[in-house]
Ligand binder design. Sequence first.
Ligand SMILES: Nc1ncnc2c1ncn2[C@@H]1O[C@H](COP(=O)(O)OP(=O)(O)OP(=O)(O)O)[C@@H](O)[C@H]1O
Ligand SMILES: C[C@@](O)(CCO)CC(=O)[O-]
Ligand SMILES: [Mg+2]
Length: 395
Amino acid sequence: MQTRELLVSAPGKVILHGEHSVVHGKVALAVSLNLRTYLRLQSTASGEVRINLPNIDTFLAWEITALQPLLAGCEEQGDLKELDADLLKRLRVFTGILDDSTDTRSMAVLAFLYMYLTVFAEALSSITVSVWSELPTGAGLGSSAAYNVCLSAALLSARGTISSPLTPQQESARWCKEETELINRWAFMGEKIIHGNPSGVDNAVGTWGGFLRYQAGNITPLSWVPILRILLTNTKVPRSTKVLVSGVKDKINKFPSVMKPVLESVSAVSCTCEQTLTEMATHGPSAEHYNILEELIDINQHHLNVMGVGHSSLDTLCRVTLARGLHSKLTGAGGGGCGITLLRPETDASVIQSTFEELKSCGFDCWETSIGAPGVQQHSSAALGQDILKILNSY
Ligand SMILES: Nc1ncnc2c1ncn2[C@@H]1O[C@H](COP(=O)(O)OP(=O)(O)OP(=O)(O)O)[C@@H](O)[C@H]1O
Ligand SMILES: C[C@@](O)(CCO)CC(=O)[O-]
Ligand SMILES: [Mg+2]
């Protein structure tokens, strides 16, 4: 244990195209958001591990002596490709969390304890971890990935497996490539616990930030993209990514010849979108480019409905925006949660205002977002706003 206090943050994300298909090896395009999750880790002498999760009203502590026996029989974490199923089973018994639970608190606690035990292993230390997020929990904006990336970075740094990159002169710093890759791999373990069968796209965006093309674990940063204006709408309909991902898998197993072409088509949508964005960045955006982006959004939204991850609230979003000539699709796992609407450069402020008003009257939250924020970072306390520090320091 090398650290008395660590502050880290990681961004949420929007998936432009490829959610669900990406779980089955197809191409996705995703970009980080300007909404972040923040974590403070303190080393203590309490003999306890404590976690404070104010967003989900969860405040728990365990004696290290009670956690130690859970590690008996654990193999050293090698290439980090697979979860240690036995340890997870022992953790479920220890916490009383059932196999099929998708409960918010249970999933957050399991992911934390699993990562703490596997990172610290033979050197369990007393720590207090507090996490607070600007992201809505479980709404499709990668809140689980931002949580897992923060946990992974902070725990690995505190253990000394990776460095603490911040120098006294800096307000924020990032880890080197190799250490960032390790953060991403460990965060993926947390995603496996929360999601069941994640593709890894969400933790990749939370770790690396920016605009990414993702396919089967291959991450390609896209630096040639135009500035896009995107409206985000949170329908506030709760859903679980784990349940939705498993529903799509069931449908593919039931109707493979029907569903596989749908996944293939979504992959083609991602690739056509990528080509269009590259053209827009190289030759300058035209009205025709925006027409193509809008058509691709509509096609993908239909495909997502075919996969069974639509929701009447998302239909409402599409209808309200289309009435003003704007095109929307769900983002993330769907089933409620958030949708994105593409704004054209010439979209009038009055049109945006009236869209906001109508969506708000449906009970939705709606705001224009900014995309492409940096990935996981370590911060000095001077870098964080007073309101965020106040929350993290109050435990
Ligand atoms: N701020 C937070 N504090 C504690 N736990 C969190 C926090 N944010 C997310 N989580 C955990 O992540 C879970 C939500 O993950 P889920 O994957 O269902 O939604 P999401 O990540 O927001 O959406 P998507 O995966 O579609 O982008 C919560 O149930 C909780 O266990
Ligand atoms: C639905 C999904 O494709 C995106 C969730 O943000 C799941 C995943 O890729 O792990
Ligand atoms: Mg998630």
